[in-house]
Ligand binder design. Sequence first.
Ligand code: PEP
Length: 251
Amino acid sequence: MRRSLVVGNWKMNGSKSSAISLLTGLKASLADVSGVEVCVCPPYIYLSEASDSFADTKLAFGAQDVSGNAEAGGAYTGEVSAAMLSDAGCQYAIVGHSERREYFGESADLLAKKVEFLLSEKITPILCVGEKLEDRESGLHERVVNGQLMDIVDRLGVDVFSQIVVAYEPVWAIGTGLTATPQQMHAFIRKAISALDLAIADEIRLLYGGSVKPDNAKDLFAMQDIDGALVGGACLDVESFSLIVKAQETV
Ligand code: PEP
């Protein structure tokens, strides 16, 4: 039985005081939620204090990224290692978000290193995959997504998929208000993994990301292969994010 998961990616938003007020609101509004895991991913700089101050809540904490240069420490100015994330109370970390692939040119080798370092620190990677609009329009979406999955399998082996979460996020649906009807792609991803290992494919949690809002969450979560969501914009508002979590809880 797959445990559902809703993740909020704050991206580069907020301040010390807005972080505290968002988390205070979520603590109250999600106090009675059960049967769905909720993870928030603030910017690095707020993570440690947030996970300390809100340790008595049901919230799990995650990072938006991690260094792929070294697991623990080293001369990598500006980077934050998996060991540091573990020390800061992280249980999850996003890897390969389309914004990082696009703006920071992250390669398949680098992403595999990030996954490897996170797993060594017992942090669950949330691996983002998804096609761009031009891939979708030229019918290449399945090939692109399969390639992103196999980039990891080729480097780390299929067993690694028993320890990660995959978020399918069509790039054209992120922050645009457009939502994919993604069941087909989630089924495709599960099938691609099942061709390598049936049991792992059955167990792996597949999230959807791309303009998830309270009014579309329920329909998305009702889809057979969708086990939760990676939420951007709507996670910055207590009410919207809580409604999305509750939509998953009641599926
Ligand atoms: C995201 O950036 O991962 C995302 C899904 O954003 P939004 O919900 O704003 O589309």
